[in-house]
Design a protein around this ligand. Structure first.
Ligand code: S3P
Length: 168
């Protein structure tokens, strides 16, 4: 592979964390998570950051973390679902490696996240509608950012892992 890193993007619940951990194991590459870096720097969870400082503050930290992580090589970068909202993030991520879009459909995402309390954007009265609306807004952004799109609807996330390994 000519590129230096593997970058995983996609909606919340599309399997980025599970897939990045499996790839890390199989390739012997380090996994880095944009969300985890921010949580470490802030000393609290994403939900708390949203609550105390707001989404705009989180997005600034996200952009900063992307720039830092992109300096590394031979890493698998697990991005938060909103990373593509900032076009500068997309430029940086595309320069740093091959960008894989894990594409799970809104129904599958809802099913995976219906009891989740860790995604502040989905703690709303109608989470299924929120997922569909956000997903539809973001789909063109994921597609524009991606080098390769991978279906991640399968409950056995070894399927997208194998697909990615084949493409490298
Ligand atoms: C977000 C996705 C989350 C996290 C934050 C915002 C989003 O990451 O960055 O809650 O805007 O889609 P995951 O995609 O890992 O859940």
């Amino acid at each position: 592979m000519a590129s230096k890193n593997i970058v995983l993007i996609g909606f919340m619940g599309s399997g980025k964390t599970v897939v990045s951990k499996a790839l890390s194991k199989q390739l012997g590459w380090k996994r880095v998570s944009v969300d985890e870096i921010i949580e470490e720097q802030e000393g609290c969870r994403i939900t708390e950051i949203f609550k105390r400082k707001g989404e705009a503050y989180f997005r600034l930290q996200e952009a900063r973390a992307v720039k830092d992580l992109a300096q590394q090589t031979n890493v698998i970068i697990d991005c938060g679902g909103g990373i593509v909202l900032n076009p500068e993030n997309v430029v940086v991520l595309k320069q740093t490696g091959t960008v894989f879009f894990l594409h799970a459909t809104p129904d599958v995402i809802y099913d995976r996240l219906k009891n989740d309390k860790t995604r502040p954007l989905l703690q709303v009265p109608q989470p299924q509608e929120a997922i569909t609306e956000l997903f539809n807004q973001r789909l063109p952004l994921y597609r524009r950012a991606a080098d390769i799109e991978i279906n991640s609807n399968d409950p056995h996330l070894s399927v997208p892992v194998d697909e990615i390994l084949k493409k490298l």
